[in-house]
Design a protein around this ligand. Structure first.
Ligand code: 5GP
Length: 118
């Protein structure tokens, strides 16, 4: 049993404009912005606008929308940063490393021979 969605999480505040963010993409269902503590150059995040805690409670339509945005960003950062590859990663619940409890995907440009920052 996972906890219910908490509307006081940081990404919900970003969506409401209560906390600033560096926007990189927006459409009707999703929003994307730069990660404030990037694990590498160009690290950004794609989120649903609708309130889901993580992949365990999201519906198919919103999951499809945020995956589509994630793909757009992966393609865009690959070109924008002349990256050699792109890591897409996503965590669900504290045991898996999730720290912000609003569904999000990490998109991180990768460069040959360069490790991610911890
Ligand atoms: P998680 O471990 O939950 O998958 O990752 C949450 C991510 O959100 C982390 O990479 C962290 O750096 C990022 N983050 C946390 N607080 C903020 C914030 O206020 N603004 C932005 N842009 N990113 C944040």
């Amino acid at each position: 049993m996972t906890a219910p969605y908490d509307a006081n999480n940081i990404f919900a505040k970003i969506l409401r404009g209560e906390i600033p963010s560096h926007e990189v993409y927006e459409d009707e269902e999703t929003y994307a912005f730069m990660d404030v503590m990037p694990q590498g150059k160009g690290h950004c995040l794609a989120i649903t606008k609708a309130p889901f805690r993580n992949i365990l409670d999201v519906d198919q339509a919103n999951l499809s929308a945020v995956i589509a945005t994630t793909q757009k960003l992966a393609r865009a950062v690959k070109v924008a940063f002349s990256a050699d590859g792109v890591t897409v990663i996503q965590f669900n619940e504290p045991a898996a490393g999730q720290t912000v409890f609003h569904l999000h995907f990490h998109i991180i440009p990768r460069f040959d021979g360069v490790a991610l920052r911890p």
